[in-house]
Design a protein around this ligand. Structure first.
Ligand SMILES: Cc1cc2nc3c(=O)[nH]c(=O)nc-3n(C[C@H](O)[C@H](O)[C@H](O)COP(=O)(O)OP(=O)(O)OC[C@H]3O[C@@H](n4cnc5c(N)ncnc54)[C@H](O)[C@@H]3O)c2cc1C
Length: 394
C-alpha cells in the first residue's frame, strides 16, 4: 500500500495531523494498535487551550465542541494556612485580552476527528497488530503491521510518530541519536470520574498540607477529581469513602466549602513525569507527542501534541506545494522551543502546588509566598494566565 504520509497512532495528534493534511490535499494513512471503541472511551485530558479550540473550529471539526464544550474564563487557586484557607480567582479572560479554556474530553476530540476522517474517505487501521517502522534513514520509509490477520506494508514519503510515550516510533531510532531529558516526580495522581454535578463552576487547584487536589469536570453531570498520592500507591487501598473524605479535607476552606459526592464510575493512578527527547526527527521519521511527556498539572499534554502536528502539517504542506524542505529541516527546533516552555510551565505549576517528601518548613512557607505572589501581582497572574490558555504558535 502506498501513501504520502504514514501516521502511527490515532490519538488526538495522529488524527489531527491526518485531518490537516487532507485539507491541504495530502494523502495519509493512520495505523493504530487499539480498537476504535477503546481509543474513543479512553478518559484522559479534558482542558483545551484557546488555540486548540480555534483550530478545531477553523478546520470544520468544532461543531459539537461549540455545543457541548464548557468555556471557562477563570480558574481558582486555593491555599492558605490552617483556618485561613480560601480561593483566589485567576481571571484568565481579562488577563489575556479575551482568551479562555474549554472543557471537552479527549475522547470526544478523538471521536469528532475520527468521524471527520472517515466521512472524508480517510483510511484508519484500528486494532493493527505488530506495528513496526522501517527505512526512515532512507527516502522510502514504511510501516509494517497485521490487519485482520493479513500482513500489510505501507510505504510513504514520511512517517509521523504520533504514538505517545509507549509507542514504537521513538524506540526504533538507533541508539545514540536521541538525547533524553527526564524528571520523575516523587508522587502520582489518583483520579476519579464521578456522576455528580461539579461543586464549582471553574477548576480548583488546591494546595493543602495533606497534598495537592484538583477539582475539574467533563460535563455539567460529570466531575473529575484528583488527589496527590505516593508514587507506588495501590488503588485497592482507596475505597470510595476514603477518596471522598480525603478530597473534602483537601478542598476545605475557612468558610466551610462542601464537595458534592456521587457514584464513582472510574478510578486510576497516573505517575507524574517530565520527559523530552531531542531532536524530534530522524531522517524521514518525525516524532510528535512520542518525543515528550508533561505532568498533567498544567493541562498541556493534548494541547502540546496538537501544536506539534500543526507545525508538521505546515512543513509537509510547504514540501508538497513548493518542494521546500525548510519546514521539515526546522521542525524539531521549532517544536522544541514550545515544548521546553510548556515543560517549564508544567514543572512550575507542579512544584508550586504539591507536597514534596524532602521539603522542610522553609519550603512550605516559600511555596505559600509564591502562591500569594501569583494571586497578588498582576504580572504574575498574567504570566500564569497566558501560559494556561496557551502561548501563541511560533
Ligand atoms: C490517565 C491519563 C490522564 C491524563 N490527563 C491529562 C489531562 O488532564 N490533561 C492533559 O493535557 N493531558 C492529560 N494526559 C495526557 C494526554 O492524554 C496526552 O498528552 C494526549 O493523549 C496526547 O495525545 P496524543 O495523540 O499525542 O497521544 P495518545 O492519545 O497517547 O495517542 C497515541 C496513540 O498511539 C497508539 N499507539 C501506541 N503504541 C502504538 C503502536 N505500537 N502502534 C500503533 N499505535 C500505537 C495509542 O493507542 C494511542 O491511540 C493524560 C494521560 C493519561 C494517560
Amino acid at each position: 500500500m502506498r501513501t504520502q504520509v504514514g501516521i502511527v497512532g490515532a490519538g488526538p495528534a495522529g488524527l489531527m495531523l491526518s485531518h490537516l493534511l487532507h485539507r491541504a490535499g495530502i494523502e495519509s494513512v493512520v495505523v493504530e494498535n487499539r480498537s476504535r471503541q477503546y481509543v474513543q472511551e479512553r478518559v484522559r485530558a479534558g482542558v483545551l487551550e484557546q488555540g486548540t479550540v480555534d483550530l478545531m473550529n477553523e478546520t470544520g471539526v468544532g461543531e459539537r465542541l461549540a455545543r457541548e464544550g464548557l468555556v471557562h474564563r477563570g480558574l481558582e487557586l486555593r491555599f492558605g494556612r490552617r483556618g485561613h484557607r480560601r480561593g483566589h480567582r485567576i481571571d484568565l479572560f481579562g488577563l489575556t485580552g479575551g482568551k479562555a479554556i474549554t472543557i471537552y474530553g479527549q475522547n470526544k476530540v478523538v471521536e469528532d476527528l475520527t468521524d471527520a476522517r472517515l466521512a472524508a474517505g480517510g483510511r484508519i487501521f484500528f486494532a493493527a497488530e505488530d506495528v513496526s517502522v522501517h527505512g526512515f534513514d532512507s527516502a522510502a520509509p514504511s510501516i509494517r503491521f497485521r490487519a485482520g490477520g493479513e500482513a500489510v506494508e505501507l510505504r510513504g514519503d514520511f512517517i509521523a510518530g504520533c504514538d505517545g510515550f509507549h509507542g514504537v516510533c521513538r524506540p526504533s531510532i538507533p541508539a545514540g541519536v536521541l538525547t533524553a531529558f527526564d524528571r520523575v516526580y516523587p508522587f502520582a495522581w489518583l483520579g476519579i470520574l464521578a456522576e455528580v454535578e461539579p461543586s464549582s463552576e471553574e477548576l480548583i487547584y488546591s494546595r493543602h498540607e495533606r497534598g495537592f487536589a484538583l477539582h475539574s469536570m467533563r460535563s455539567p453531570e460529570l466531575t473529575r477529581l484528583y488527589l496527590q498520592v505516593a508514587p507506588d500507591e495501590e488503588i485497592g487501598n482507596w475505597p470510595d469513602e476514603r477518596i471522598w473524605d480525603e478530597l473534602q479535607r483537601r478542598f476545605e476552606t475557612r468558610d466551610g466549602f462542601t464537595l458534592r459526592r456521587g457514584p464513582i464510575v472510574q478510578k486510576g493512578i497516573t505517575p507524574m513525569h517530565s520527559f523530552v527527547v531531542e531532536p524530534m526527527r530522524y531522517g524521514s521519521l518525525f516524532l510528535a507527542d512520542a518525543a515528550h511527556i508533561v505532568p498533567p498539572t498544567g493541562a498541556k499534554g493534548l494541547n502540546l501534541a496538537i501544536a506539534d502536528v500543526r507545525v508538521l502539517a505546515r512543513a509537509f504542506g510547504d514540501f508538497y506545494t513548493s518542494g521546500s524542505r525548510a519546514g521539515l529541516e526546522g521542525y524539531s527546533e521549532t517544536c522544541l522551543r514550545r515544548v521546553w516552555k510548556v515543560q517549564r510551565f508544567s514543572w512550575w505549576m507542579t512544584s508550586m502546588l504539591h507536597r514534596f517528601e524532602d521539603e522542610n518548613a522553609f519550603d512550605q512557607r516559600r511555596q505559600l509566598a509564591e502562591l500569594e505572589y501569583v494571586v497578588g501581582s498582576h504580572a504574575a497572574s498574567q504570566s500564569l494566565a497566558e501560559n494556561y490558555v496557551g502561548l501563541p504558535m511560533d
